[in-house]
Design a protein around this ligand. Structure first.
Ligand code: FES
Ligand code: FES
Length: 216
């Protein structure tokens, strides 16, 4: 991971926008029309308030797979939307489509990524809340051409059918094994309980995680 950091493109200039200020800014136009703006929204937004101009987007930086991305987001933009469906401010697609949009409501785990090494449903996290954190997607698990042991084990055990759930399971399993290198079967089941496979490949998935654990 450290090597990747060193070879990553030069980091963009750091700016930080708090969720509080960003969300506050969204309502600026409405508030300005109704009440004294500087009292309610603060001096920093007074200029926008006086012109009635609402802040509807902001440019933020996200550290994804040890590479900095500068993206423009709306308050409602999820981390998953940035990964799958956004371009950076230079017009280059982020194009990290490993995390899948399936339920879009925090139930299936198909969109699982890690944020500061903790598994997170990317469909349930606002992009602005991911600022300043290390985001890792399934694309960031391999080291160059060397797959992560969990990825190797999924191939070895043919632990997929349609494959839609697979990236989420792999990210969750890698996260589990980072915390617990010798999990029991029950611990594996518990660790992956936030992920759902509609094709019912669970026995193969659990076997794959046990195999990966032995190799790590
Ligand atoms: S798509 Fe995010 S949990 Fe299902
Ligand atoms: S392999 Fe199809 S949903 Fe899991």
């Amino acid at each position: 991971m450290a090597d990747k950091k060193q070879s990553a493109p030069e980091k963009v200039e750091k700016t930080s926008i708090s969720r509080r200020n960003f969300l506050k800014g969204v309502g600026t136009g409405t508030v300005a029309a109704a009440v004294a703006p500087t009292v309610l929204i603060g001096a920093e937004n007074a200029a926008e308030a006086q012109t009635g101009e609402a802040i509807t987007s902001a440019t933020i930086q996200l550290d994804i797979n040890a590479k900095m991305y500068q993206v423009e987001v709306e308050p409602r933009t999820t981390l998953l939307t940035v990964l799958r469906d956004s371009s950076d401010t230079s017009g280059n697609r982020v194009d990290l489509t490993g995390a899948k949009l399936i339920c879009d409501r925090g139930e299936c785990g198909g969109c699982t990524v890690t944020v500061d090494n903790k598994p997170v449903y990317a469909c349930m996290m606002l992009a602005i809340d991911a600022q300043g954190k290390q985001i890792t997607t399934v694309e960031g698990l391999a080291e160059g051409d060397t797959l992560h042991p969990v990825q190797e084990a999924f191939i070895q055990h043919d632990a997929m059918m349609c494959g839609f759930c697979t990236p989420g399971f792999i990210v969750s399993a890698a996260s589990l094994l980072r915390e617990n290198q010798k999990p029991t079967l029950e611990e594996i089941k518990m660790g992956l309980s936030g992920n759902t496979c509609r094709c019912g490949t669970y026995p193969f998935i659990f076997d794959a995680v046990e195999t990966a654990a032995r190799k790590m």
